[in-house]
Design a protein around this ligand. Structure first.
Ligand code: TRP
Length: 546
């Protein structure tokens, strides 16, 4: 235990932490996943729901995770273990409830879910909250397995840009080329291998020196490039239809499922729900202002996602493509736009390079959680842990990579999952993606419950107060009014402070919101006549003739 404590470093500077955490948050989730999911769920209305999820759920939970990390100075499993109460009614109730549901499901012959629920229930009654940390480590595996596949595509596209193979004039040719690329198992596995090797090499060495410096340099560049892309995209004829689609909410196309997807995406994009921010928070110094850091990280993340959407949708519409064409959206639309700019290949090369860097800073945070657990808690050597588990993730990733188009290449896995879960996703890749949405939402819910009800807001606020006395000791209203330094406007009896608002959110608003999202998704909360899954308003109608 002592060796852990003495090894803990802190970030070089406050900015260093913010950039590292933002590096983890900003990644494929913003530039690849956010636009295509928005496209699949009808545009503007989904963007609005996403923003609400970030503000109401993401922000408070991020503050939970970072303060948990700084307080315990541990990896997620260690953090929950350290604060785990010797007996906890809530955990007991939760565990027994899960066992009960699991047995019910077994009786109803839903074997996969039944076994899963029963198993988790037993673990929860035995280990209580530590299970949340363990779930985070498992989520690290699941997420990185499909994340690395997409990151591999960026590697492949860097190669394509270098060899001038991205000169598409229409979205059709871009899409044909993309499909050919991802359906070639050798190519995508080779690219996956390159990406995982990079992740492993960096995490092996420790994260701080190299990647932090690189991302400090390259992130602003990514930003600039996005702006450039937006300008080009917006000036294409017919682009305004895309802007309208992206920014004008149409709530008729929102279904219950969209809401859990938005919650899942908010957690995913902010790197929440699996302890990545606990791990990063554990390196934060006591002087750091956790509240303003959280705001900065969330702000940067949302900004990049928003800009990415603004780069993608106008282009998609201008080029006459359907916004709901799925996971390849950014890979098809953007190269086609680059091709309409002078020095197209150079821009394409730069863009995919930076996208890969963004993916890398996120990928290492995922691998770091897995590694930190085995190093801290199991006493493995850092090198062995990264190699072994990075290798496992690579193997899981190959399954995702070959199943992207359909299941048929890995029939045995398909049969196995079908036998257990009856309703399955279109591919193993989608299975992992959906599983991660659920795990992150569940992880986030449990983290909020833990901080709000078990560790306690009082102790959490004591932690946050270091470095940020405004958070707990200044009336929110006086702070907003510019009177925060006036003693008569701040009292020892805190009524309405940032801290109290946060506490209410963590204890009530976040858990209730996530639970509602869950109930919506499994269909227990169908509000009257369900929004029939009407297809997204077809873009063709509004398109100007090119
Ligand atoms: N947030 C990253 C992205 O948007 C992905 C990511 C990194 C992540 N670490 C995570 C997601 C931890 C969930 C949990 O691309």
């Amino acid at each position: 235990m002592e060796k852990q404590q003495s090894k803990r470093e802190t970030w070089n500077s406050g900015l260093g932490f913010i950039l590292a955490a933002a590096g983890s948050a900003v990644g494929l989730g913003n530039i690849w996943r956010f636009p295509y999911i928005t496209g699949e769920h009808g545009g503007g209305a989904f963007v609005l729901i996403y923003l609400i999820c970030v503000a109401l759920i993401g922000l408070p939970v991020m503050l939970c995770e970072i303060s948990l990390g700084r307080h315990t100075r541990r990896n997620p499993v260690g953090a929950f273990k350290q604060l785990n109460p010797p007996a906890c009614n809530m955990a007991m109730l939760f565990g027994l409830g899960m066992i009960f549901c699991g047995v019910l499901m077994l009786i109803m012959r839903s074997f996969g879910w039944g076994l899963l629920f029963t198993l988790i229930g037993i673990l929860v009654t035995k280990y209580r909250w530590t299970v949340v940390g363990v779930m985070g480590v498992v989520a690290g595996f699941v997420i990185l397995s499909f994340y690395a596949v997409v990151a591999g595509w960026t590697v492949g596209y860097i190669g394509k840009a270098l060899t001038g193979k991205l000169a598409f004039n229409t979205m059709e040719s871009a899409s044909a080329s993309f499909v050919a690329f991802i359906s070639n198992p050798f190519l995508s596995i080779a690219c996956l291998f390159v990406f995982m090797a990079l992740c492993i090499a960096i995490v092996c060495k420790g994260v701080q020196a190299g990647i932090e410096r690189i991302s400090k340099l390259l992130m602003p560049l990514l930003f600039l490039l996005l702006i450039l892309l937006i300008l080009r995209g917006l000036t294409l004829p017919g682009a305004m239809a895309g802007v309208r689609y992206y920014l004008r909410p149409d709530f008729r196309v929102i279904s219950g499922e969209s809401i859990l997807v938005a919650v899942g995406l908010a957690f995913f994009s902010l790197s929440l729900g699996m302890g990545a921010m606990i791990t990063y928070g554990s390196y934060v110094s006591k002087e750091q202002n956790l509240f303003t850091s959280t705001m900065a990280i969330v702000g940067l993340d949302v900004l990049v996602a928003f800009l990415a959407g603004l780069a993608v949708f106008p282009a998609v519409f201008a080029l006459g493509f359907a916004p709901d064409s799925g996971a390849g959206l950014a890979f098809m639309a953007l190269p086609t736009v680059f091709n309409q700019m002078p020095f197209g290949m150079l821009w394409a090369f730069l863009f995919f390079l930076l996208l890969m860097v963004a993916a890398l800073t996120s990928g290492i945070s995922l691998l770091e959680v897995v590694t930190a657990y085995w190093v801290d808690e199991r006493g493995w050597k850092r090198r062995d842990a990264t190699l072994v588990f990075g290798g496992c993730i690579f193997l899981l990733g190959t399954l995702c990579a070959v199943s992207v188009q359909n299941w048929d290449s890995i029939r045995p896995v398909q049969f196995f999952l079908q036998a257990l879960f009856a309703r399955i996703q279109p591919s193993f890749f989608d299975t992992m993606e959906t599983a991660s949405d659920w795990m992150l939402a569940l992880g986030g819910l449990l983290t909020a419950l833990f901080v709000g009800w078990v560790w306690g807001i009082r102790l959490a606020v004591d932690e946050i107060r270091h470095g940020s006395h405004n958070f707990a000791d200044v009336h929110l209203w006086s702070a907003l009014a510019g009177l925060k330094d006036d003693p008569s406007h701040n009292s020892e009896v805190h009524v309405y402070t940032l801290a109290s608002v946060w506490g209410v959110f963590v204890r009530f608003v976040c858990p209730v919101a996530v639970v509602i999202a869950f109930l919506y998704t499994i269909g227990w909360l169908d509000m009257g006549e369900d929004a029939s899954p009407e297809p997204a308003p077809e873009p063709a109608a509004e398109l100007a003739q090119p």
